[in-house]
Design a protein around this ligand. Structure first.
Ligand code: FAD
Length: 471
């Protein structure tokens, strides 16, 4: 019974923002509770987002490599898909991760409370369990970390039915490989999950409103990546505005018209995945009643210290401004916990990597070339292709390139973009370099183990400040 207890911090939501904030706060000596309405901890990311999608991406990539690349390495196999086992691998991966969070809560003496949380008043969170019973937690500080939910298509009422017209929540659990799939939205989630089903045999067509995929990504990278996806068997309809998604006898149909004007087109598919983004989730939280200000996009408004306009109520993660990424939410969780413990918590928003876990991967940090051009910044660009990298050749991973953007005068690195095998891991060194305000010369003069894919990062840095060696 915790009715007399006063917590230092009650976190609503146990995603990467909430659970990391709770752990850090507990480590710093605060008395913490976390309220979660799901039966398991870990939020979108661990339950239906980052982790299950990566389990399926890895497994389907192995299937595709066994089908197409192993023979070139002298390994002859005839792969056969066992989808139930593949989905089982995903479920086991999720379970291990969410159980890990429960273990960490115990280890750090964090009170986990299952139920839907609502801000009852300043310093009070009401939690309603599945049985309808409510209890109130008293606390000095409240952290809103309720994340985001599927946004749907602006202006359209899409009838999601969990197996024909689906969101990412169900696209990670299709019980059969569809022969055809239309993905509405050429962003990260659509391309990742489209890749999974394409590798397993679906004919995937992506319908995207913009005239490029991966909207904010460096255009050169996004164009090169699209070509690789076409080689893999993807089809694209760019600059296309979806006007209807309708259930049919055999599946569903997607109708769209060119954004620039012209005749409408309709595509039929067994499954339609709507991946047009996510919206902050604040339903039923009682924020309006508590007087918490929201911005026009429905996000909780915060200052540089994650404070809302109401004393004692803070917010982090997908529910506030900034990129909807798990590591951004985690970083904010740590910073807020430090601030609440009287320390100087801080997130450097200029150096948050973003990764697309397709094959090859795409990783990006800092400014794109498009942004530098638009802002009139004088910059140098250094590029290096994996085709000229020995390890890439040895592994048959020669697609893609590294691009380093550095300030023309100071040589400070302003952005790094990688299209290539393992890009998501390689981008970390660019992050460290940029945190320290490093230059392309610093990167190029840092010894990199040979033979590794990361030598291409060094070579691109060489190309930015002098000349690459191997091309
Ligand atoms: P969430 O993870 O959304 O967690 C919020 C939690 O709050 C949920 O568990 C919810 O049940 C709970 N909650 C909400 N309201 C209440 C309430 N009133 N009471 C109690 N509990 C409540 N990001 C990456 O960085 N890398 C990736 O590879 C990646 N892949 C993704 C793949 C997919 C398919 C999706 C959908 C997302 C992916 N993301 C990825 C994004 C990532 O999942 C989010 O950025 C991240 O989960 C945000 O964390 P959060 O803590 O803010 O919120």
């Amino acid at each position: 019974d915790t009715s007399d207890l006063v917590f230092d911090l009650v976190v609503i939501g146990s995603g990467p923002g909430g659970y990391v904030c709770a752990i850090k706060a507990a480590q710093l000596g605060l008395k913490v509770a976390v309220v979660e309405k799901r039966r398991t901890y870990g939020g979108t990311c661990l339950n239906v987002g980052c982790i299950p999608s990566k389990a399926l991406l890895h497994a389907s990539e192995m299937f595709a490599e066994a089908s197409h690349s192993f023979a070139d390495l002298g390994v002859k196999v005839t792969p056969e898909l066992d989808l139930p086992t593949m989905l089982g691998h995903k479920d086991k991966t999720v379970k291990a991760n969410v159980d890990g969070v429960a273990f960490l809560f115990k280890k750090n003496k964090i009170e986990g409370v299952t139920g839907t949380g609502r801000v009852k008043a300043v310093g009070e969170v009401e939690v309603t369990g599945e049985d309808g019973a409510a209890r109130t937690l008293k606390t000095k500080a409240i952290c809103i970390a309720t994340g985001s939910a599927v946004a749907g298509i602006p202006g359209l009422d899409v009838a999601f039915d969990r197996d024909t017209i689906v969101s990412s929540d169900d696209a990670i659990a299709l019980q059969k490989v569809p022969a055809t799939m239309v993905v509405v939205g050429g962003g990260v989630i659509g391309l990742e999950l489209g890749s999974v089903w394409s590798r397993l045999g679906a004919r995937v067509t992506v319908v995207e409103y913009l005239d490029k995929i991966l909207g904010p990504m460096d255009t050169e990278v996004s164009v090169a990546f699209q070509k690789l996806l076409v080689k893999e068997g993807f089809h694209f309809k760019l600059g296309a505005k979806v006007t209807a998604v309708t259930k049919t006898e055999t599946g569903a149909s997607v109708t769209f018209e060119p954004v620039a004007g012209g005749a409408a087109e309709t595509l039929e598919a067994e499954v339609v995945l709507v991946a047009t983004g996510r919206k902050p989730f604040t339903e039923g939280l009682g924020l309006a009643e508590a007087g918490v200000a929201m911005d026009k996009a429905g996000r909780v408004e915060i200052d540089a210290h994650y404070r809302t306009n109401v004393e004692g109520i803070y917010a982090i993660g997908d529910v506030v401004k900034g990129p909807m990424l798990a590591h951004k939410a985690e970083d904010e969780g740590i910073a807020l916990a430090e601030i609440l413990a009287g320390q100087a918590g801080h997130v450097n928003y200029g150096v948050i990597p973003s990764v697309v876990y397709t094959s090859p991967e795409i990783a990006s940090i800092g400014h794109t070339e498009d942004e530098l051009k638009k802002d009139g910044v004088a910059y140098k660009v250094g590029k290096f292709p994996f085709m000229a990298n020995g390890r890439g050749r040895a592994m048959l991973h020669t697609d893609g390139f590294v691009k380093v953007l550095a300030d023309a005068k100071t040589d400070r690195v302003l952005g790094v973009h990688i299209l290539g095998f393992g890009a998501g891991d390689m981008i970390a060194e660019a992050g460290v370099l940029m945190e320290f305000g490093g230059s392309s010369e610093d990167l190029a003069r840092t010894s990199h183990a040979h033979p590794t894919m990361s030598e291409a990062v060094r070579e691109a840095a060489f190309a930015a400040f002098a000349k690459p060696i191997h091309i």
